[in-house]
Design a binder for this molecule. Structure first.
Ligand code: NAD
Length: 363
């Protein structure tokens, strides 16, 4: 049975990094007869330019009928003056919500070869392996009312609403506990329950759900402390579960612990493990079109796709091992470059992973 992948390259560096990921995945597809098929569609600014909307109906239909979605990134200065409703980022939020991708997994793993690329001391980050589980379809990014309006006195006010229902909290909590169970069995729930009633409920429900997972050690932390602890002693964490906005911010902090945002993949899953896979970084307009972006986060996202949607641990491991081997060969894109290494561009880094894959499968 064929396994359909919708490929949405998007904007900025999106097409450059996705093209490398597809080369790697296509090779493995042939080598392991995975039965993957690829269909390409526009999203974000590129879709707006072509169709006047960041999420054309045909793109959404393709995603709905696919088994998994591979996304590059969306956005860029060109589209910033647009109304919010048609900004590139709305296309991405639209896919997440239309597909019900509520559980966003963001692993932060420090590859030993990159210990010097982190701005933190090696003893603080070496061996780092944590997972942030971010709620993705609720909270302040979706809550109503929202918008900017004028008061009677003519002053403008901006409003967004942080709202979570009990069922939304319950399902992301289950997702996080299950992942913690497969790892070191420690879950830290991050909230701001001392100030925000919405997250007081969050804490209460996560605690309740925790009764179903007595083998997982549950702790709670306020988000300001969590931000501090992530840079002070990040190895205390195994799995972190948190709200949409807190997860957005904390996972960028976690990204820097690993040396570069260009190394971090992510998975966004629905209740049946259908998922969208994308690097956690954006479209990097400052380096777009230069062929210097790091494709490894996108390549590693395809490994997550094989693991979580297609349940193929062996294929996922092969990609991760090939990334490891490419780093062992001392090639580095600019974002993870350190002295003594060989600086390469996007396609050379992709080729290094591909060559490592080929070497693995050679008799
Ligand atoms: P960004 O992640 O695009 O870039 C932040 C910094 O990291 C930049 O200096 C960039 O050059 C660097 N960087 C990012 N990815 C890299 C890679 N693979 N290799 C090397 N360096 C890399 O964030 P930003 O600058 O805040 O946002 C740029 C645009 O991307 C905005 O329009 C924003 O809305 C959008 N964005 C999209 C997504 C997404 O598509 N999921 C996520 C975040 C931001």
């Amino acid at each position: 049975m064929s396994k359909r992948i919708a490929v949405l390259a998007g904007d900025g560096i999106g097409p450059e990094i996705v093209s490398e990921a597809i080369k790697v995945l296509s090779y493995l597809n042939k080598d392991m007869q995975l039965g993957l098929t690829f269909d390409h569609a526009l999203i974000g600014g590129a879709a707006y330019d072509a169709f006047g909307t960041p999420l054309p109906q045909q793109t959404l239909n393709l995603c709905k009928h696919a088994d998994a979605v591979l996304l590059g990134a969306v956005g860029g200065p060109k589209w910033e003056p647009l109304a919010h409703a048609v900004r590139p980022e709305r296309g991405l939020l639209g896919v997440r919500s239309e597909l019900g991708l509520f559980s966003n997994l963001r692993p932060a793993v420090l590859y030993p070869q990159l210990v010097d690329a982190s701005t933190l001391k090696p003893e603080v980050v070496s061996g780092l392996d944590l997972m942030i589980v971010r709620e993705l379809t609720g909270g302040i990014y979706f809550g109503q009312p929202r918008g900017v309006s004028k008061l009677e006195n003519g002053e403008k006010v901006g409003v967004n609403t942080k709202i979570y229902s009990e069922s939304e909290i319950r399902r992301i909590a289950h997702s996080a506990f299950k992942i913690a169970r497969q790892r070191r069995k420690k879950l830290c729930s991050v909230d701001k329950a001392n100030v925000l009633e919405c997250t007081e409920l969050w804490r209460q429900i996560v605690t309740e759900v925790g009764k179903d997972y007595p083998d997982v050690q549950l702790s709670h932390m306020y988000v300001d402390n969590a931000a501090m602890q992530l840079v002070r002693a990040p190895k205390q964490f195994d799995v972190i579960v948190t709200t949409n906005m807190f997860g957005d911010i904390l996972s960028d902090i976690a990204a820097m612990l690993t040396g570069s945002i260009g190394m971090l993949p992510s998975a966004s899953l629905d209740a049946n493990n259908k998922g969208m896979y994308e690097p956690i970084h954006g479209s990097a307009p400052d380096i777009a079109g230069q062929g210097v972006a790091n494709p490894l986060a996108t390549i590693l996202s395809t490994a997550m796709m094989l693991r979580y949607t297609f349940q193929n641990e062996e294929a996922a491991n092969r990609i991760e091992q090939a990334v490891n081997a490419a780093l062992d060969s001392n090639v580095r894109t600019a974002d993870i470059y350190s002295e003594g290494m060989t600086k390469v561009g996007t396609s050379e880094m992709g080729a290094a992973v591909l060559n490592a894959l080929k070497a693995e499968s050679a008799p």
